[in-house]
Design a protein. Structure first.
Length: 295
DNA sequence: AGGTTGACCTGGACGC
DNA sequence: TGCGTCCAGGTCAACC
C-alpha cells in the first residue's frame, strides 16, 4: 500500500540508532558466513585471551591449548552462536572439538591484517598461518567464548527457527502460559530469535505480543510460523549483500532498519493503518506493536 | 516447574 | 562542558 501523505507526518525524534551490531540470527549468520569465507582451511598458529573473566566461559588455558595448531574446517551459525569446527593435528579422539563464540549484545568478530591496531575491548586474538588474525571485540562483555567437546557436537539450546516444521513449532507454544513474545525469545525452545525479529514476526502475523502463547489458534500459529521464517530469511538475504566487507568494516550499519515495521518506530504511524505504534515493556525488553493490526 | 525480575557491563544520546 | 538519566541487538541466577 502506498502512503500518499507520508511526507506530512511529524517525524518523531528518531533516536539516532547506532545500528552497528545486531546480533540476532540474521546478523550472526552473516558474520559466521563472512568469517568462514575468509579463513576456512587455515591453521591457528597462536591464541591470546584478555584477563577479563566475563567473556570466558571456558578457561583461557584450555582454549589456548585447544586452538593452537588446530585447522579451521568450517565456521557456521547455530542459534545465536558461531561455531568453529576444528581439526586437530593428533586427533585420536572420537569427539568433535569446537570453539563457540556468542556475541552477546555488543560482540564483534573481525578478520584483520596483523598491522591493524587492536580495537579497545579486544578479548581474543587467533593468529592464522596466513598472518591474519581473528579478533573478538566486546565492550559490554556479555559475549561468551568456550570450547565444546562432545560426540554430537554443539547443537544449541533449542530448535532452529528456519527449518522447524509447523507441527514442531506449534508444539512449543501449545501449553505455555507466558506471553507469546517471551516464548519467542526463549532460546531453549527456539534459538536465534531476538527482540527485533520477535516484534517484527508478531506484527506480520497480526498477533499481540502479550497474548498467552497457549491461547493462539492453529491459524495464528500458522501465520506466526510463516512470518517468522519469512522475516528471518529476508533479513539474511539483505545482510548477505554486505557480507563482502562486513567483518572488516561493520558495514551493516543502518541496513535492517529499512525493513522494520514496528521495532523502534514508537509513535510513528503503522505502515498499514496509520495508527501510532505503541511501545510497552514485556519480559524486560522494549516491545513494539500496532494496537489495531495486532489482536 | 514455569514464569518473572534484576543483575551483569559499557557507551552513546539526550536534557538540564 | 559536564553530569545525570535512560536506553541498547542477550542471557542467567534467584526469586515467586
Amino acid at each position: 500500500m502506498i502512503l500518499q501523505s507520508s511526507i506530512h507526518w511529524t517525524r518523531f525524534p528518531a533516536r539516532a540508532h547506532n545500528g552497528m551490531h545486531m546480533p540476532e540470527l540474521p546478523e550472526v549468520e552473516t558474520v559466521a558466513n563472512g568469517v568462514h569465507a575468509r579463513i576456512a582451511g587455515e591453521r591457528i598458529v597462536s591464541a591470546w585471551f584478555s584477563e577479563k573473566k566475563e567473556p570466558m566461559k571456558s578457561p583461557p588455558a584450555l582454549m589456548v591449548q585447544t586452538l593452537e595448531g588446530a585447522r579451521v574446517k568450517q565456521v557456521r551459525r547455530v542459534g545465536k552462536h558461531i561455531v568453529f569446527d576444528l581439526d586437530r593435528p593428533a586427533k585420536n579422539e572420537i569427539t568433535a572439538v569446537q570453539w563457540i563464540v556468542h556475541l552477546g549484545m555488543s560482540g564483534r568478530l573481525l578478520v584483520n591484517a596483523p598491522d591493524v591496531e587492536l580495537a579497545p575491548h579486544t578479548h581474543a586474538v587467533l593468529r592464522l598461518d596466513s598472518g591474519r588474525e581473528v579478533r573478538f571485540v566486546d565492550p559490554r562483555r556479555f559475549g561468551r567464548l568456550s570450547i565444546e567437546r562432545s560426540a554430537t557436537g554443539f547443537t544449541g539450546p533449542g530448535s532452529e527457527p528456519l527449518t522447524i516444521t509447523f507441527a514442531d513449532f506449534a508444539d512449543l507454544f501449545r501449553k505455555r502460559n507466558t506471553p507469546i513474545k517471551a516464548a519467542l525469545l526463549d532460546q531453549s525452545s527456539l534459538h536465534g530469535v531476538g527482540n527485533i525479529y520477535a516484534d517484527e514476526a508478531l506484527f506480520r502475523a497480526g498477533i499481540r505480543p502479550r497474548r498467552k502463547a497457549g491461547s493462539l489458534t492453529q491459524v495464528e500459529l500458522q501465520r506466526l510460523h510463516k512470518s517468522l521464517q519469512k522475516v528471518l530469511k529476508e533479513a539474511i538475504k539483505l545482510g548477505g549483500s554486505s557480507v563482502s566487507d562486513y567483518v572488516d568494516a561493520d558495514g551493516a550499519a543502518g541496513f535492517f532498519q529499512l525493513k522494520h515495521r514496528v521495532y523502534q518506530r514508537t509513535g510513528e504511524p503503522c505502515l498499514v493503518c496509520n495508527t501510532p505504534i505503541r511501545r510497552i515493556a514485556l519480559a524486560g525488553r522494549s516491545t513494539h506493536y500496532c494496537s489495531k493490526c495486532q489482536n
